[in-house]
Design a protein around this ligand. Structure first.
Ligand SMILES: [Zn+2]
Ligand SMILES: [Zn+2]
Length: 293
């Protein structure tokens, strides 16, 4: 079973206020817990270090000895949680970080620059944790014990990586930031084929897209079409625009559900949502959460 927690589901910049209370305002961070998969399998996988990463660090004080992080790209809303990620200051933390280079710069260089004085009081070289950085190709696949990871490059300014993560029984795909109408649509469909869960960038509502073409993001409709063509079971729309209130997201997802004539389950992602993939049908937290939204 894969236990997913969404720690940040907002795009572009964190938001707060009464109109965002239910879906939340932290930027991209996904945690996948993998307990009991065997000694060579990491105990936890993280995707992206948006501001949600700081909340993840505060929520769990132990078990950072064997964690892998996959980075989609380096836009601010996907790295800004690193400096305030508490386990960086814990000497028992052992974190392996994988990312494609962007514009000739590695993840290590970008995170180091982000923490250089006067931007932050503690530099990356001075933290207590052990970090291992590894550059990966634009696309590829790799096994980490019982975990199979496949990734592909998406269409986004300076690029972005989509990841498919499977433990052999359950599969989750995260799209990264992607504008499928500008490219990479077939690559994402191929990567997401038959997945249990697809978590996809759907920053815009359909009527907003003409004014935001080329910004690097997809719409609710785009995500639904990709999910249907890929034959996934459950779609979670994420990277919510910072102007979208809880009520607007409710309305958009309700409209989208009316367009689906089939088994695809659709929900807007929200901060704190837990998704248990691989539980018997009808008992998962996903369905309870989806009904609640
Ligand atoms: Zn983003
Ligand atoms: Zn981006």
């Amino acid at each position: 079973m894969l236990n997913i927690t969404l720690w940040g589901t907002r795009g572009s910049i964190p938001v707060s206020g009464p109109q965002f209370r239910r879906y939340g305002g932290a930027t991209t961070c996904i945690e996948i817990e993998l307990g009991g998969q065997g000694s060579s399998t990491p105990s936890r996988v993280i995707i992206d270090g948006g501001s949600g990463l700081a909340a993840l660090g505060r929520a769990t004080e132990q078990n950072w000895e064997d964690t892998i992080l996959f980075q989609t790209h380096f836009h601010w809303d996907h790295i800004q949680g690193f400096p305030l990620f508490g386990p960086l200051f814990n000497p028992t933390t052992n974190l392996r970080l994988y990312s494609t280079s962007r514009e000739g710069r590695t993840l290590f260089e970008v995170l180091s620059d982000q923490m250089k004085r006067p931007l932050f009081p503690v530099e990356l070289a001075d933290i207590a944790a052990t970090l291992h950085f590894e550059d990966i190709d634009d696309s590829g696949q790799r096994s980490f014990g019982g975990l199979a990871v496949e990734w592909a490059e998406m269409c986004h300014p300076s690029g972005s990586t989509a990841y498919r993560i499977s433990n052999g029984e359950s599969t989750i795909v995260f799209s990264g930031d992607v504008e499928v109408r500008s490219g990479g649509r077939s690559e994402l469909i191929q990567l997401a084929r038959g997945a249990d869960v697809l978590i996809m960038d759907a920053q815009y509502f359909e009527h907003e897209y003409p004014d935001r073409m080329g910004f690097g993001h997809s719409t609710y409709n785009d995500a639904m079409e990709v999910a249907l063509e890929a034959g996934v079971d459950r779609l979670f729309l994420t990277h919510h625009d910072p102007t979208h209130s809880d009520d607007a997201l409710d309305e958009a997802v309700a409209e989208l559900r009316k367009k689906v004539d089939g088994p695809l389950q659709i929900a807007s992602a929200r901060d704190g949502l837990q998704i248990a993939v691989g539980e018997p049908e009808g008992t998962s937290e996903v369905e309870i959460a989806a009904q609640a939204t």
